[in-house]
Design a binder for this molecule. Structure first.
Ligand SMILES: [Zn+2]
Length: 158
C-alpha cells in the first residue's frame, strides 16, 4: 500500500515541468488573478501597506511576512502579498513560496526506495537469550542547515 502510494507519487512528479508543485501553481494563479481591490501604499522597495475593504495589512517582502500571518504560517504569499508584488510587475512567483513547495523537494522525498520485506514465514527466529541492539545512526548532532533559496530581493545578506 505504502509502496504503491510512493510509486504513484513518484511517477506523477516526473511530468511536472515548473519549479512548483502543481497545486501551488494553481494557488498562485488563483491568488494573483482575484479581482479584489486593494490600495497599496509603498513605504520602501520591499515594504507596503495593503488596504482592502475591511482590512489593512503590512507586507514585508524581504522578511517574507504579512501582518495577516498567512505567509509566515503557510509559506505561500497571501492575497496582500500578491496585490503588492503584482503592482510591481514581478512575475517570479516561486521566489515568494517556501522551498517546501518546490517540485524538486517533492521528488527528493519520493526518490528513495523502500526496501522489500520477505514473508513472515521466511523470517529467521532468534533464540530468546539473544539481544537485538538498535541500529547505529549516522545523523550528525545539532540542527540541520537551512538551505532555502533566497528571493532576489533578499540579496546576498545574512
Ligand atoms: Zn496578508
Amino acid at each position: 500500500m505504502l509502496m504503491e502510494q510512493r510509486a504513484h507519487r513518484k511517477s506523477n512528479a516526473v511530468s511536472w515541468r515548473g519549479p512548483l508543485v502543481p497545486c501551488v501553481d494553481e494557488y498562485i494563479r488563483d491568488v494573483t488573478t482575484r479581482k479584489e481591490h486593494f490600495i497599496i501604499r509603498q513605504s520602501s522597495a520591499t515594504k507596503a501597506e495593503v488596504e482592502g475593504l475591511s482590512e489593512r495589512h503590512e507586507v514585508d517582502i524581504e522578511n517574507h511576512t504579512c501582518t495577516c500571518g498567512f505567509w509566515q504560517i503557510a509559506g505561500l504569499p497571501c492575497i496582500h502579498v500578491a496585490a503588492f508584488v503584482g503592482s510591481k510587475h514581478h512575475t517570479l512567483w516561486h521566489t515568494y513560496v517556501d522551498e517546501l513547495y518546490y517540485s524538486y523537494r517533492y521528488r527528493m522525498a519520493y526518490e528513495g526506495a523502500i526496501s522489500t520485506l520477505p514473508g513472515k514465514e521466511q523470517w529467521t527466529l532468534l533464540p530468546d537469550n539473544q539481544f537485538v541492539f538498535p541500529p547505529v545512526t549516522i545523523r550528525p548532532r545539532g540542527r540541520p542547515k537551512k538551505r532555502r533559496i533566497k528571493s532576489f530581493l533578499e540579496g546576498s545578506q545574512k
